[in-house]
Ligand binder design. Structure first.
Ligand SMILES: [Zn+2]
Length: 132
């Protein structure tokens, strides 16, 4: 069974990339709760927090902070919610560990599908705020 986040990490599936590191990526959520809703994912496949090595989880948190700062700078977010669902019982939908970084005080999108032009605009604004 293929994993969509592994496919994205290998460049075999499209995504609006916000940040690219050696071990961690940040991409826009395809069904955003709010404008700029970003997912921080490890490049390597780990299912959830129970499998993730601690230093990789720490790297994900470091990147989540960079993304939060970029959301504040580029989108005017007034607050940022960090959320990680671990296990189906907790609402995890893609079984490749990921941290949600959800800006608040920006446009609410209620998980409607992200439009390509909107994704490109938001991702490039966040990349610019990250200095990428
Ligand atoms: Zn995966």
């Amino acid at each position: 069974m293929e994993c969509v986040f592994c496919e994205i990490a290998r460049g075999r599936a499209p995504a609006h990339v916000v940040y690219e590191g050696e071990r961690v990526l940040a991409i826009l959520d395809k069904y955003p709760v709010s404008e700029g809703h970003t997912l921080v994912i490890p490049r390597e496949h780990y299912r959830d927090i129970f499998e993730l090595p601690e230093e990789l989880l720490a790297e994900m948190m470091r990147v989540a902070k960079l993304v939060a700062l970029a959301q504040r700078r580029a989108l005017g977010a007034r607050g940022v919610r960090l959320l990680m669902n671990n296990g189906r019982e907790a609402g995890q939908e893609v079984m490749h560990a990921h941290m949600h970084v959800i800006p608040r005080g920006v446009a609410e999108l209620a998980r409607r599908p992200l439009r390509p032009e909107e994704g490109e605009r938001v991702a490039s604004a966040l990349r610019a705020a990250l200095g990428l």
